[in-house]
Write a protein that binds this ligand. Structure first.
Ligand code: IFM
Length: 433
């Protein structure tokens, strides 16, 4: 497979999933509380995770050894401000400062995400993403991090996957804070975008020219050709895919979704759309799978239920559908982002990998990466300004509600000994350069 010279090949992680909150001076986050209340398999949590806070030098060496051009990491907000509001803490900033310098010293571009879900518990106690004050505190936090690291970052993303922050966490209840409430979800659907807008404005005021946001998108296929099933799939597409990108690029929410969420939206939301839709320097797409949708017969929004599809699946039951990656890159470019540079900021698959004879034979994952990378490059060949691709993830890690049961890493982690073992998929990337 031929990778263009100017195409960035990277690998991604997120703070709560790898660092270990037992290490260093970090405030409690709503993920600690959610896990403790049984929101995760076996109440597993991020206390130790991959002990990356202690092993970050070894992990940077791995990235260099894999011949990656770039590393996408996230900053844990409660390491910078234990309660989300206080003055920034030197210890937290020092950690990321040395991480960035360590990456650069190895010839690796650092790409920083500011919010990958570890909301300080003190802000969650005041309503979290249902409260617009959280968006204002987020902008202050963005400025603190940029002040310290900004001169050396290749890019900065405000928020990772606003759909997960809002819908998955406040309507479906699968992620912290585990709510199942349309009113809470509607507020979060808007407030996380408002936080992005205020954060991006604060970063712009500091002179940054590399500001983006990372959206996740899932291909929605109707179960049959029936009108009701096609409607269910369209509504899913609206909530998951169109809501965020239309607000960001057109300054308006899709009307078929807004009609259901509008009664619950925060007062004055209309006046905040311009802040949300301010110009960006790039946009990231996280893509994993497609899902099949059927009308659920209730006549109640969001009308649909998912069905098991026929394609090969990952260990999480996610269908493998590389065509969806090309589809979304072309759709984003054509319908929304025009000449804005795009990155695939996450893509990967979970398997129940085991170490044997000192290695991990994850041939299925190698096939997944080969096919998705080919789909991404096909979109680029078709004219999409796609600048790079980040594999998810460097290490097996804390997979949120699934705890440690699902492994996405290019590198296997033995959680008892913290031994890292590169898998065949790691070799696949190593040999691309
Ligand atoms: O592990 C997550 C990551 O935190 C966000 N994107 C999807 C990944 C796999 O579920």
């Amino acid at each position: 497979m031929k990778i263009p010279q100017d195409f960035v090949l990277g690998v991604a992680t997120a703070a709560y999933q790898i660092e270990g909150t037992r290490f260093g001076d970090v405030g409690p986050s709503h993920w600690d509380s959610f896990a403790a209340q049984g929101g995760t398999i076996g109440r597993q949590n991020g206390d130790v995770a991959c002990a990356h806070y202690e092993k970050w030098l070894e992990d940077l060496d791995l990235i260099a050894h894999g011949n990656f051009d770039a590393y996408r990491f996230s900053v844990a907000w409660p390491r910078i401000q234990r309660d989300g509001r206080e003055a920034p803490r030197a210890e937290g900033l020092d950690f990321y400062d040395q991480l960035v310098d360590g990456a650069l010293a190895r010839g690796i571009e650092p790409h920083c995400t500011l919010y990958h879900w570890d909301l300080p518990q003190a802000l969650a106690d005041k309503g979290g993403w249902e409260n617009q004050d959280t968006a204002k505190y987020f902008a202050d936090y963005c400025a603190h991090v940029s002040d310290r690291l900004g001169d050396r970052l290749a890019s900065v993303a405000t928020v990772n996957e606003p759909w997960c922050v809002a819908w998955l966490s406040h309507f479906l209840g699968h992620h912290a804070p585990g709510k199942r409430d349309l009113s809470a979800a509607a507020k979060a659907m808007h407030n996380i975008l408002y936080a992005h807008g205020l954060g991006a404005a604060a970063l712009r005021d500091l002179g940054r020219k590399d500001i983006g946001i990372v959206l996740n998108m899932e291909y929605a296929a109707p179960a049959t050709d029936r009108e009701a099933d096609r409607h269910a799939a369209a509504i899913f597409d609206g909530i998951y895919n169109r809501w965020f990108i239309e607000a960001l690029t057109k300054g308006a929410y899709p009307s078929d979704i807004l009609e259901h969420l509008e009664p619950h939206m925060p007062v004055g939301w209309q006046d905040q759309m311009q802040t949300i839709a301010q110009p960006l320097d790039w946009m990231g797409l996280n893509y994993y799978t497609r899902s099949i949708h059927a009308d659920d017969g209730t006549g109640i929004f969001p009308f649909g239920q998912t069905q098991i599809g026929p394609l090969p699946k990952t260990s999480m039951g996610w269908e493998v559908y590389p065509e969806g990656l090309q589809y979304f890159l072309e759709r984003m470019h054509r319908d929304y982002t025009g000449n804005l540079p795009l990155y695939v900021t996450e893509n990967g698959m979970a398997l129940h990998d085991k170490v044997a004879d000192g290695g991990v034979d994850d041939a299925q994952r190698v096939g997944y990466f080969r096919d998705h990378l080919a789909a991404a490059l096909a979109a680029r060949d078709a004219g999409v300004p796609l600048k790079g691709y980040f594999a998810w993830s460097l290490l097996d890690n804390f997979e949120w509600a699934f705890g440690y049961s699902e492994r996405f890493g290019l590198v296997h982690v033995d959680y008892d000994t913290q031994t890292r073992t590169p898998k065949e998929s790691f070799r696949f990337f190593q040999n691309l350069r």
